[in-house]
Write a protein that binds this ligand. Structure first.
Ligand SMILES: C[S@@+](CC[C@H](N)C(=O)[O-])C[C@H]1O[C@@H](n2cnc3c(N)ncnc32)[C@H](O)[C@@H]1O
Length: 436
């Protein structure tokens, strides 16, 4: 395998296909050739035809679309423009060679499709620029889930817990959320209650929900969840019961009032990395302003209406909201009302300055916030303040000095809180603190 392709390599691939078809179809051809390669490589469908031509890719996509109701959009030309126009055999062969040199298959024990998600971001300039598609790195997703989903799992249990990412992209947060619910064992009761692999996968799918404006990103997230489910159960995707819902929808999370997944007050955990751009279309900008008058003021960034949406999706009282978002509202005029009037009404629990971290693709300085969907309780907000940024770009971003210091601090504090809660429970039950 050769080195990871550069941004320029992806651009060239799309330009090459773009000689035959419009740019959106070129991205679609580039990515679906990789998608089919992924499904074939991992044996996710028995009868998937070996694609060796544009027609072969279309046939394989048709088989995938038929494999599970959640994958039907793969046959829709509005979602997958390969159905609307075709590329030459030569361009197709160059694309297949590109993916043979840079496979998007999974190497580890899990078939999670991370590389497929990253490839879509790399290929689609339109998704990056107009919708702010930027994959949330797995190490950040893990921390957000630790803060919001883990307590939800402990309180509601794995059969009842529900989480949503309302700007889920191709599912970089949904995938670890699915695994957290699927593999959850109550603390200290490792052997209690046998759960079959089948039930654990089903409950993972029941718990995890996502919505995204980008129809292809949404169907890719569905594919990734099904691919993971099938590989864990040692089955093909067409052997996953059609009755198992894959709860990822394509909708405008800010404006769609009919999408059932966006019902307010429904989730134990709302976890996301919302878009931070300002909307270019004046009509949409005004619609959002009208729907979120408290926060969408001045030259607002989408981060603020998304923050309100995320708070409202959480179960009142208990739901937790963890987000990686821009910190620009802290310094700009458009954030004044948000800071002074909106945020103080909610129970802030963690504020982590991540502006010094190196997060690939995220050019804007960021912050991680955890809130609970209730009025402020107690007098403690745990704050991790940044003093310095990374001294140099780390080899692996998850190993950056700033990020590792943040992670250590969060884990230490959560362990301390857990210990204190245990001691308090013991004192209540026995009248004395635990001791030797
Ligand atoms: C920073 S990315 C989040 C990526 C995601 N967490 C992942 O790792 O794949 C922001 C996402 O918000 C989506 N988005 C932008 N505006 C939206 C809207 N109004 N409703 C729903 N999703 C939206 C974009 O399509 C993009 O996928």
């Amino acid at each position: 395998m050769s080195a990871t392709p550069s941004a320029r390599d992806y651009e060239r691939l799309v330009q090459d296909l773009g000689r035959d078809v419009v740019p959106r179809a070129a991205v679609s051809w580039a990515h679906t050739v990789a998608l089919v390669q992924h499904a074939q490589h991992h044996g996710l469908l028995d009868d998937i035809p070996f694609a060796s031509s544009p027609a072969g890719t279309r046939k394989a996509l048709e088989v995938l679309a038929d494999a599970h109701p959640a994958l039907e959009p793969l046959a829709d030309p509005q979602v997958v423009p390969v159905w609307a126009s075709t590329v030459s055999q030569v361009a197709w062969e160059r694309t297949a060679e590109f993916w043979a040199r840079h496979p998007v298959t999974d190497d580890g024990p899990r078939v999670d499709g991370y590389a497929l998600g990253d490839a879509y971001q790399a290929l689609s300039a339109e998704a990056r620029k107009s919708r702010a598609l930027c994959q949330t790195p797995p190490w950040i997703a893990d921390l957000l889930l630790k803060l919001a989903l883990e307590p939800g799992l402990e309180e509601a249990g794995p059969d009842r817990v529900r989480m949503i990412d309302p700007s889920c992209g191709t599912g970089h947060i949904l995938m670890p959320a699915f695994h957290s619910v699927r593999a959850y064992r109550p603390c200290g009761r490792a052997a209690a209650g046998y759960v079959s692999a089948e039930r654990s996968v089903e409950r993972g799918l029941e718990a995890v929900c996502g919505v995204d404006l980008d129809p292809y990103a949404a169907v890719l997230a569905r594919y990734r969840l099904l691919a993971a489910a099938a590989s864990i159960l040692g089955r093909r995707i067409d052997q996953i019961p059609a009755s198992w819902l894959v709860q990822v929808a394509c909708a405008d999370s800010l404006l769609d009032t009919a999408e059932p997944l966006l019902r307010r007050g429904s989730y134990h955990a709302v976890v996301g990395n919302p878009p931070y751009i300002t909307v270019a279309d004046a009509a949409v900008r005004n619609q959002i302003r009208a729907a979120y008058p408290q926060v969408a003021t001045g030259k607002y960034s989408l981060a603020l209406p998304f923050c309100q949406l995320m708070f409202e999706l959480a179960l009142p009282g208990t739901g937790r909201i963890a987000q990686l978002t821009t910190n620009s509202w802290m310094k700009r005029e458009y954030g004044r009302r948000f800071v002074e009037e909106y945020l103080p009404a909610w129970d802030a629990q963690w504020i982590i300055d991540t502006s010094g971290c190196y997060i690939p693709g995220h050019g804007t300085p960021t912050v991680i916030m955890l809130h609970q969907a209730r009025r402020p309780h107690g007098d403690t907000v745990t704050v991790i303040r940044g003093n310095k940024g990374e001294p140099r770009i780390p080899d692996g971003p998850s190993q950056g000095l700033v990020w590792r210091a943040i992670e250590e601090e969060v884990h230490f504090r959560l362990a301390l809180d857990r210990f204190r809660r245990g001691a308090e429970d013991h004192r209540r039950a026995h009248g004395t603190p635990p001791g030797p």
